[in-house]
Write a protein that binds this ligand. Sequence first.
Ligand code: C2E
Ligand code: MG
Ligand code: MG
Ligand code: MG
Length: 280
Amino acid sequence: GAKTLGEKQYQFFEPVMAQAALNDLVLETQLREGLERGEFELYFQPQVDPVQGRLMSAEALLRWRHPTRGLLTPEHFIAVAERHPLMVPLSQWVLRQAALQAQAWHHSGVAAVPIAVNLSRMQFRLDGFADAVREVLAQINVPGPWLQLELTERMLMDDVPAACETLRALRALGLTIAVDDFGTGHTALAHLTQLPLDKLKIDQSFVAGLPHENGAVAITRAIVQMAQGLGLRVGAEGVRRREQWNLLQDWGCHELQGEMVAPPLSVADFEAWARQRQNP
Ligand code: C2E
Ligand code: MG
Ligand code: MG
Ligand code: MG
């Protein structure tokens, strides 16, 4: 609708303005103030199974309700935030907020599915990260399986033995692990058999090339087959068209995410979406 279109136009013009108007220092100050003032929120995008369209999980996506610039997506601030120690408290806020939402939706029955959380590189490398996760979950009484953690290939490959150890500890708590933007990083394939993983998410750049680009077709199909062979679940993001949905379904992809299902939604919009699905 009009809202979606408005957001798209905003996303298109904003980065140019952002570069001209704001340097990193200003943005850092604003980020700190934003965190203190509670200007951050989570949006949620459904991931559904292609056959029944059943809700399988919801990905938490960070948004910043900036006092003068409107609702900002991560492309406008995440790169700067990632270079600043502030990313740690911001990331921990995301984790806790996602866990709170998982609890609310499990108890209300609106969406009794895991919530997927994007981890930041700094957060994943913190000493005792798995312990910190355990504490957050214990504090608010949320079981591990209610959260899925999304990591990029780079975060896994930074230090494979350390990543293995942290992931084992997280999985021991019941959390599941997904590799985000899969196919764009530099994972040595040998490590895929060693790392304790649950799911690969095919990067949307490959999905965008379906169904007509031969290269995208070959790579997407190969990732689906590889995941199946390794006993991992496989999801696709950025599904925008019916032909993409059909192909991914035929190949045996387990979960689809994208505009064809729903865009990222505010909590209220997500609840309305989920209720409508339950009682069509
Ligand atoms: P991601 O984790 O790969 O998330 C998927 C991104 O693709 C989201 O963008 C989502 O809105 C977008 N997307 C999914 N399907 C479609 C589609 O069909 N069409 C279009 N146009 N877009 C689609 P978003 O929310 O702007 O997030 C961008 C990236 O920012 C994320 O990519 C993730 O890497 C990062 N990010 C988001 N939230 C967090 C967070 O809480 N913490 C951290 N560390 N990073 C985050
Ligand atoms: Mg993600
Ligand atoms: Mg992704
Ligand atoms: Mg991405």
